[in-house]
Write a protein that binds this ligand. Sequence first.
Ligand code: URA
Length: 186
Amino acid sequence: MYTYDELKAFTDHCSRCALSATRNRPVMGRGNLKSPVMFVAEAPGRNEDRDGIPFTGPSGRVFDQLLESAGVKREDIYLTNLVKCHPPGNRDPLPEEQEACILYLKHETILLRPRIIVCLGRIAAQRIISPGYRITREHGTFLYRKNTWLTAVYHPSAILRDPGKMEEAREDFRRIFEKSRETGAT
Ligand code: URA
């Protein structure tokens, strides 16, 4: 069992997949390590690769708006990515990259023991909830597995492409934090 700092040091020097050759900075998760709610996005974008911090670009601004609409701040939650390094050209992370990186997410989950894991977008939902996950149909629904509630919401970049999704996402965020209060988690 590793400490959080050890885990971060591993990711900082990781070369488990080919992304290590093209990334600028690996992006470990951030936020409140005691948060009952853990958000898992897909992989760092170009801004995050430069800054080494998740969601510092335009998607991050949408994410912050959604949190704010639920009365929550970024420092209240924990935010991480399925894959910790930026895939060139912003492509989806490949299955072998996800496979190489998943151990970091597993360790983050063991250390944080969140009550609710929220997948941001299809890629994270298909890896964490089920391979056939349909984000358009299933977002906002909850599944209980191994003492943890799992759910998924639209990825903020999908909302940037289609602002019509914002209202549904706000409602999903509201229900996530309502659930977190109901389960005595916050
Ligand atoms: N998109 C993601 O999925 N994660 C980030 O950290 C930034 C953009």
